[in-house]
Design a protein around this ligand. Structure first.
Ligand code: PMP
Length: 312
């Protein structure tokens, strides 16, 4: 594997960092997860600019100044994909603090921890296909709670300890995924994916006060609206899930993932619902039709404008 580290490409064994890196001890890093797809013209990293914009926003939330311009990072992502000869792949940019101060306050002791940027990528075929029969989820005891509103939208390494533990607990209990509630007991999201509930042809998704503003969530909202569905941000009580016709997750890694049961109770008729199947298919079409060089405007506001040149 070829890795981009601070502006240069190294074979993975040569991309070295100190064991005293601040991020290794405290989770003080931010990252992205991007999927690249095989298209007619080679690989295309889906909504690359939006992912890199979010990486910069996450870094800002932690007062970290990335030493590159967003377009330089996009170029570096494409270079990593090309160097590794990848098409259907997952890309991981990670911004992290290196060795220096071991205090939580990295400006303390007059030491400066260098801020590094690493980009790796590996093959990761899409889950989509005839075998995609849906997953069984569990309502987790873990809550999606943030210590400040700024941190909610930071895709920060430290947040994932909670996700890791919730997911591990779901697995240990024989489920495939965990659904987390927010501080007030409403649904927030899954361990690393956003949640949608379909009821009477209307799509409901939790507000992003306790959930990441997922780029796939945004794409699906646009696709659903352009397919004629109403989409609403709603406060969803966990018990309302069981009355839903369909429930699914969205995320760069899991794409559109049907949930067929929660806590052992079947959702709808226990199979993949028609709205989920339709949106999943449209998503698969669009990710392979979008050249990575396209500009997507200013991220996700207003969401209806995203992909307006592609989605009819
Ligand atoms: N929530 C969390 C906590 C995540 O880690 C992810 C994956 N990035 C998502 C939601 C989905 O976001 P996206 O669609 O941008 O991948």
């Amino acid at each position: 594997m070829q890795i981009w580290l601070d502006g240069k490409i190294y074979p993975s064994h040569a991309a070295r960092i100190s064991v005293m890196s601040h991020t290794l001890h405290y989770g003080t890093g931010v990252f992205e997860g991007i999927r690249s797809y095989r298209t007619e013209d080679g690989f295309s990293a889906f909504r690359l600019e939006d992912h890199i914009r979010r990486l910069f926003r996450s870094a800002e939330a932690l007062d970290m100044q990335i030493a590159y311009e967003p377009d330089e990072v996009c170029t570096a992502v494409n270079r990593v994909l090309a160097e590794n000869e990848l098409l259907d792949a997952y890309v991981r940019p990670l911004v992290f603090l290196g060795e220096g101060s071991m205090a939580l306050d990295v400006k303390a002791q007059g030491k400066r921890n260098p801020l590094h940027l690493m980009i790796s990528a590996w093959e990761w075929p899409s889950y989509f296909g005839p075998s995609m029969s849906g997953i069984r989820a569990m309502l987790a005891k873990h809550r999606r709670v943030f210590s400040s509103p700024t941190l909610v939208q930071a895709k920060a390494a430290g947040h994932y300890l909670n996700s890791y533990s919730a997911y591990a607990s779901a697995k240990a209990n024989g489920y495939d995924e965990a659904l987390l509630l927010d501080e007030d007991g409403y649904l927030a999201e899954a361990s690393a994916a956003n949640l949608f509930v379909v009821k009477n042809g209307v799509l409901h998704t939790p507000f992003t006060t306790s959930a990441l503003e997922g780029i796939t969530r945004d794409t699906i909202i646009t696709l659903a609206r352009t397919s004629g569905y109403t989409v609403m941000e709603s406060r969803i009580k966990p018990e309302e899930l069981f009355g839903g016709d369909e429930v699914f997750l969205t995320g760069t890694a899991c794409e559109v993932m049907p949930i067929i049961s929660i806590d052992g109770c079947a959702i709808g008729d226990g199979g993949v619902g028609p709205v989920t199947a339709q949106l999943s298919k449209r998503y698969q079409d669009i990710v392979r039709a979008m050249p990575s060089s396209l500009s997507y405007g200013d991220g996700m506001v207003p969401i209806e404008k995203a992909h307006s040149s592609v989605i009819q």
